[in-house]
Design a protein around this ligand. Sequence first.
Ligand SMILES: [Zn+2]
Length: 240
Amino acid sequence: MIAESKRESGCVPNAYTASLWGSLNEARFPSLCPNCGSVATKTLVLSKVFWRSSGDDRSQVVISVSVPFCDECTARHRAEAQLPSLRSNLLSSLNGEMMGSAMFAVAAMWTGYHAIDELLHGRMMIFMLFAVLCTVFGLIANFLRKSAWRETEGDRIQPQTAVTRAFDYTDNDPPPFESPRYECTMRNERFAAAFKALNHEIEFVPDSPEALADQRDADRRFWGVGAVIAVIVLLLYLFR
Ligand SMILES: [Zn+2]
């Protein structure tokens, strides 16, 4: 079965749109504020979480981008934004892996304590054994902690504010076999015109030679995979 991706996070229907190839971190931004069109002096990091599904698997993808904003709009955003507390950040990461990480951390502390005890008593062989175990448990605990933090990143994303909604974007997860592309929506006309001019070369234009070539490549890959599957099925049938 061909993996099919599904976009669930909506995009703010701003007045101006641009469709671009690739990923958002390849796009260039003008030094203008997407909310009011004034000269931008600061940048805000916008993050959005997208759900992608492939077969029965569902996973979160966080796409972040630094977008320039002017002083005034940045201040308005900061006044409106609700920063999550450290407590809610920590609670958000409590999944099975984080519990596993805590257990390995306890095991690392226990073996570390015994390693020091054995060292103080001059029993080097047992000290080495406990030291190795302590290191291994510590590394596993750290690996699980990082993995849990990454897995739950989507739960710590700040909601958009009236200001950051001035620039929004979709996931760039393409239909099967096609190249990644995404859509941006923008509130301010001046910003939108400058943004489009800067990213003219990577703009996705339906029915353009590039778009048609990508569609042809996707069809070719689709039929290529289909042919391989057909051959495997035929071989299984002949040699069953
Ligand atoms: Zn502004």
